[in-house]
Design a protein around this ligand. Sequence first.
Ligand code: SAM
Length: 222
Amino acid sequence: MMTDSNDATPGQAIYSKRLLRVYDLWVLGISNQWIWKCPSAKLLAFYNRHISNNHLDVGVGTGYFLDRCEFPKSPPRVALMDLNANSLDSAAGRIARYHPETYQANVLEQIKLEIEPFDSIGINYLLHCLPGSIAEKTLCLDHLSVCLKPGGIIFGSTLLSGGVQRGGAARRLMAFYNQKGVFGNTQDDLDGLTAALEKRFIDVQVEVIGCVALFSGKKLEQ
Ligand SMILES: C[S@@+](CC[C@H](N)C(=O)[O-])C[C@H]1O[C@@H](n2cnc3c(N)ncnc32)[C@H](O)[C@@H]1O
């Protein structure tokens, strides 16, 4: 494993081995379906639409979507990037059949690792874990763009506070997670996210399901 930065940020520190054991059930099962109102099946379908055979996943959690998605061809090149070593271990173990590359790095800092660029980068449920305003946290898109080939696709999803419909349970749970520092999305809204993507990428698409924005954009061909 190659290491860049170990600076702790609260949005990654929570991912202990114990929490990762219940993540799929609580977040991807119960919360997505009943609280955020975006069933994981929709996120999996989104992965299947955008993933390439030369893919970097960032903010990997348990590796649930990488385990279940369909790569266009076999065998794919798959790489994992996360600041938290437990997440990297969990996801890498789960998709060991793809022999993933692993990179420990903080996306809020420049990526100083030498990595052969990718045709797709997935950042599912990463942005709402990052602290700061949309303008501050989307600096990670600049950092990751260095790892993306010209014409490559960046895609993902994130929970928003503004510009989406949030029920009472979603408001309360988001407020709780923000108070604990697990989320940093109190200032995240649909317009801000769309503008941050359009500033950096072409063919930007943003779709809202429940209080989740599913987005994609393409790096300009040079
Ligand atoms: C909510 S989980 C998402 C897991 C997975 N992508 C999914 O959709 O189920 C967020 C992941 O982002 C990682 N993360 C949070 N802040 C990070 C940062 N600054 N740099 C790199 N990874 C970070 C966490 O360690 C965790 O694995």
